[in-house]
Design a protein. Structure first.
Length: 333
């Protein structure tokens, strides 16, 4: 009994030691319904028992993503997932977690949460006051970026810039965000190793995925003192299974003779065409560049959609037909 107790205490201590997960991002794509998580840390996962390289990111397909880090505890992550499944907003979730921390120590935790709430993305983050410096977070319209034990604010700022500038799909944007933190000592513990971190991951779930089995997972773990940059290794692995290109943001892999939206720019109406397909009855959705759903309905036979009530700006118009989602960028004058 005594040896079992000591073993349990050792495992608990090890979990607390390794779980200062350092920089990460959660995001949702309101056009495709994808939810995703990416992160990295200077922890040698070969020396600790973890279920996966992406353990800190929890994805609820079609709903949202939660990153639980800084003195990670499985119980807090489980509770966060339960709250999301109850329909709580990201802000409500982390407020609940603060009030109900498993150990009563919310000041040492860090969370990033993104979810789809009534068709629009919502995000929130929490950085406990006693989380190890440098610590901070950035909250965007459809993403949350957070980190601790960092080189400085430049790590998070660079992650955000790369995420926003990447024109690919959600997986590509998450991979780009990690590249933004690809600097020696991004996690300061890895400065002597000459790397940003020791493990890195990207995972994305489609709306139709089963909980616990996201359709896209790429991860890399390296040994301490190996001097191998895991983000570079992850990029190589990523590129073998997933392509990124400029077409993914504005015109998602569908040529103009298949999916047409005209006129573009427009001041009032647009007409949608899907090649030779009769579009009557198909649903269309219109999102802002920040991912907010501003209109959806079904198309009639002439494919006309009225944009007159929308503010001037850039929008994404999407139609799903034959199990493929067609997206076009439209400028409203």
């Amino acid at each position: 009994m005594k040896s079992l107790l000591l073993a349990s205490l050792f495992l608990y201590s090890s979990m607390q030691t390794f779980a200062q997960d350092t920089f990460s991002i959660v995001a949702v794509d309101s056009v495709t319904g994808e939810v995703g998580s990416a992160g990295a840390s200077c922890v040698d996962l070969f020396t600790v028992a973890v279920p996966s390289d992406h353990f800190l990111g929890q994805l609820i397909p079609g709903v949202g993503a939660i990153n639980t880090q800084a003195y990670y505890l499985t119980g807090n992550q489980t509770n966060a997932t339960s709250q999301m499944n109850l329909g709580q907003t990201p802000s409500q979730i982390f407020q609940w977690l603060i009030a109900n921390d498993i150990q009563g120590q919310p000041a040492i935790r860090q969370y990033g949460i993104a979810a789809m709430i009534n068709g629009s993305p919502e995000t929130a983050a929490h950085t406990g006051s006693s989380t190890d410096d440098y610590k901070s977070h950035i909250v965007g319209p459809n993403y949350a970026i957070q980190g601790n034990i960092l080189l400085g604010q430049e790590v998070l700022d660079s992650m955000e810039a790369r995420f926003l500038n990447e024109e690919g799909d959600l997986a590509c944007k998450l991979m780009a965000a990690l590249q933004g933190a690809n600097m020696v000592g991004a996690d300061t513990r890895c400065a002597s190793n000459g790397t940003s971190s020791l493990f890195a991951f990207v995972t994305v779930a489609q709306p139709t995925d089963t909980f616990g089995s996201p359709s896209f997972v790429a991860s890399v773990r390296t040994h301490d003192n190996a001097g191998i940059e895991p983000i570079d290794s992850l990029q190589t692995k990523f590129n073998l299974v997933h392509g990124c290109g400029s077409a993914s943001t504005g015109d998602i892999s569908f040529p103009e003779d298949v999916f047409k939206v005209s006129p573009n720019p427009t001041s009032d109406f647009i007409t949608i065409e899907l090649g030779t397909t009769d579009i009557a009855g198909y649903e269309y959705q219109i999102h802002t560049v920040n991912g907010k759903l501003v209109a959806k309905s079904t198309l009639n036979s002439n494919g006309k959609v009225n944009l007159a009530k929308l503010d001037s700006g850039v929008y994404f118009v999407s139609v799903t037909a034959s199990d493929e989602t067609h997206v076009r960028k439209v400028i409203k004058k």
